[in-house]
Ligand binder design. Sequence first.
Ligand SMILES: [Mg+2]
Length: 264
Amino acid sequence: MENSSYYKGVILDIDGTLLLHGKALPGAGEATAALRRAGYQLRFVSNTTSRSEAQLAQVLLLQGIDASEAEIQTSVSACLCFLQSHFSDKKGFIAVPEALQTRFSQLEQCGEQPDYVVLGDLDEGFNYAILNRIFNFIRNGAQLIVFHKNNWYFRDGKTWLDSGAFTRALELAGNTQAVVVGKPSPVMFQSAIQCMGLPKDQVLVVGDDVTTDVDGARNAGLPFLLVGSGKFKPADLTTHNIPQNHFISTIIGLPEWLQYRVTY
Ligand SMILES: [Mg+2]
């Protein structure tokens, strides 16, 4: 199939769009292969901070979806890309779980008067001392950078306080706004596009979640296509004003949808 589409690149959400509960959704492997044959540049995105790009590539490959580590973007890689373009000559205070520390080891870090603070999901590591330390850093002008702003999450059948609740407390006390690097922040898609080197109107965002993928694409000024799998609910079409021609029921329809989009 020749790429006659207006679009030259596709950003594919992973969970709910290509995979569901770790298994490939029907047609996900075939659709991805068809996009490759047609010559589209691909990026696979996920808000996860718990799995590396290499681990995600491995999961996708095992499920028959051809993706390389370099094509995968998580909120951690989006954060590193954001720091590279905005704080490359600055010093940071990195408050992330131990498993993520090595990802930030190339950056210049300091424990006094940093220019920015990266705050991750510390879970039981959150305490008064660390929060008060970060509060004073941002009072002195450090930029607070977070992966997401979820207030709580499910684990082991229970609800747990998430880092977003602490981020909001720090924003309130420090009279500041955190930079969010995960979806629906435009940072996530902007860094994917930066790596692709394409004009942004030629890159389509494809996902199942109106609050992260569609709102994220809209926040970044990118065209989107909603897929009716994963988190999708029929009511999303009306609550989020999704035009009928920006919706497909499953990922298998994506190559054909793209083929006939010869204009923006
Ligand atoms: Mg999703």
